[in-house]
Ligand binder design. Structure first.
Ligand code: 5GP
Length: 202
């Protein structure tokens, strides 16, 4: 992306990371934040029940379906989607605040949401995180054991469709190693990473 008449690349301020369930998005994003604490990562709203290791308002804001529907009605989401039987959405307020404060921002969302962000904010950078192979993804979903077999099958079906959408994304990062993938993502976002946060990443 370039400014008219300029040869200097303009760094997008909003980055979307998508990728199939089990690909390791959360681990990669956690590593990115560890290296780049200034980055604002949006906390989504969901109707899914919390997993045992998840803490409310840190991993997600957990709400019931009626509340989610009210939030849609009030236009409180940048985007939202139904995924494997639950709703997920990006709240607009905190994101707007971060962007107007000039902070680089990151959304970790699925593909339908990424498409909505692209439509609403064409300058956003869309990155697809992919597994080294389909077998690796299958293995990771089994190993983490957070889904029952039916839910896992559902997520694997959705994962195939998500990987088919890779051509709609600006860049692809292979999660063969969390630290390597995190650094590649930071480079794409225009940060420098390297343990110490850059003084002026944007
Ligand atoms: P999980 O239930 O595994 O936490 O998330 C399921 C999927 O929903 C993942 O692909 C995750 O990235 C995505 N997701 C999380 N938050 C949002 C959101 O706010 N909007 C959309 N569209 N997808 C989300």
């Amino acid at each position: 992306m370039r400014e008219p008449g300029s040869s200097v690349a303009v760094r997008p301020r909003l980055t979307v990371v998508s990728g199939p369930s089990g690909v390791g998005k959360s681990s990669v994003v956690a590593e990115v934040v560890r290296r780049w604490p200034q980055l604002f990562v949006s906390v989504s709203v969901t109707t899914r029940v919390p997993r045992s290791e998840e803490r409310p308002d840190e991993h997600y804001h957990y709400v019931d379906r009626a509340t989610f529907a009210r939030m849609i009605g009030r236009g409180e989401f940048l985007e939202y989607a139904e995924y494997a039987g639950n709703f997920y959405g990006t709240p607009l307020g905190p994101l707007r605040e971060a962007l107007s404060a000039g902070r680089p921002t990151l959304l970790e969302i699925e593909v339908q949401g990424a498409r909505q962000v692209r439509a609403a904010m064409p300058d956003a950078l869309l990155v697809m995180l992919v597994p080294p192979s389909w077998e690796v993804l299958h293995g990771r979903l089994f190993d983490r054991g957070t889904e029952d077999p039916a839910a896992r099958e559902c997520r694997l079906r959705v994962a195939r469709a998500e990987l088919d959408a890779v051509g709609e994304f600006d860049a692809t990062v292979v999660n063969d190693d969390v630290r390597r993938a995190a650094q590649e993502l930071i480079n794409l976002m225009g940060g420098t990473g390297d343990r110490t946060p850059p003084a002026r990443p944007l």
